[in-house]
Design a protein around this ligand. Structure first.
Ligand code: RRO
Length: 310
């Protein structure tokens, strides 16, 4: 099965990417696998100022997945430009890179895009509009506020020609409406979904398992939520969809493709097996051979479901 696709004006050699926040800025992951065999990666979210992140423990597991509250730990836009992007420019030739951008205001997103836009080492931006762990912003993440979200996207759209992808939240009332809102504001694509707000409590001590209290849930329990989101978004928008949440196997990735995603991102599975993403790339090829599928595009939006927008 041919896995390559042209998206965002360039070639993705296969549809498998590493999700934001799960592979650092690439370098941290590069000893575990050859990143240049992947479709690409999304960096840890970058903020204007460096952030130390939330108190430990930042990660915990539960029987069907994982919770995190990292709290946007990152070195800040200046250090990312000075040290992280040069590494990506020097070391990745085929994998496509999106820089994840996060902030509390539209102005912060704009500042980061402005500061990075003429640097090498990346294709475009994934605007993280859906971090569940950002207590400083208060209220809702941008992705759940359909008045605030388009303003962030429009402000970034006005200052960059690079591809802009909006990462949305799974707990939106109608993710199809959210995706259409992002696309109408100028997003070239959407990534669905971020982690789901969640809480694990120690039944004996009564304390939260995470230092910050609540966190974002990921892993196998998120797979059908993400697949549903991709399907809803495919019916309401034309822009490419990146499906993320719970992918462990090639068969999981194919669910996202059949639901309408063009790209698939992996995160939690890489913590158990850093080479999980390469296993999925190889598994996709095998799936195509076994089922007589010549090109990955045959799978996209091929689910036997109603596709007309209701
Ligand atoms: O850093 C985090 O705690 C975090 C972020 Br920015 C996000 O978008 N999603 C998530 O699960 N954790």
């Amino acid at each position: 099965m041919r896995l390559a696709q042209n998206l965002y004006g360039t070639e993705f050699q296969n549809p498998v990417m590493l999700a934001a926040g799960t592979c650092g800025f690439g370098e941290e992951f590069s000893e575990s696998l050859d990143l240049d065999r992947l479709g690409g990666l999304v960096t840890k979210s970058v903020t204007v100022a460096p952030r130390p992140g939330n108190p430990a423990p930042r990660v915990t597991d539960f029987p069907s997945g994982m919770l995190n509250s990292i709290g946007l730990a990152n070195p800040g836009v200046e250090a990312v430009r000075a040290t992280k992007l040069p590494w990506l420019a020097a070391n990745l030739k085929r994998a496509q890179v999106f820089v994840s951008v996060a902030g509390h205001t539209a102005e912060e997103y704009v500042k980061i895009v402005q500061d990075l836009d003429d640097a090498d080492g990346f294709l475009g931006y994934e605007l993280n509009l859906s971090c569940p762990n950002d207590q400083q912003r208060g209220g809702l993440p941008f992705a759940l506020d359909l008045e605030a979200m388009p303003k962030v996207i429009e402000a970034c759209r006005a200052i960059t020609q690079r591809p802009l992808v909006a990462k949305l939240a799974p707990n939106a009332p109608d993710i199809g409406v959210s995706a259409a809102c992002a696309a109408n504001a100028g997003a070239d694509g959407v990534t669905l979904v971020n982690t789901l707000p969640a809480l694990v409590i120690d039944p004996v001590s009564g304390e939260a398992a995470l230092g910050a209290g609540p966190g974002g849930m990921s892993g196998p329990a998120l797979l059908p939520v993400g697949v549903h989101a991709a399907y809803r978004a495919r019916r309401s928008t034309q822009v490419p969809i990146g499906g993320v949440g719970g992918v462990v196997s090639a068969e999981d990735a194919i669910q996202y493709l059949r639901a309408g995603a063009s790209l698939v991102q992996m995160g939690t599975a890489s913590f158990a097996d850093p080479r999980a993403s390469l296993r999925v790339v190889d598994g996709l090829t095998r799936f195509g051979r076994r089922h007589g599928i010549a090109d990955v595009s045959e799978l996209i939006a091929s689910a036997k479901l109603p596709w007309a927008t209701q």
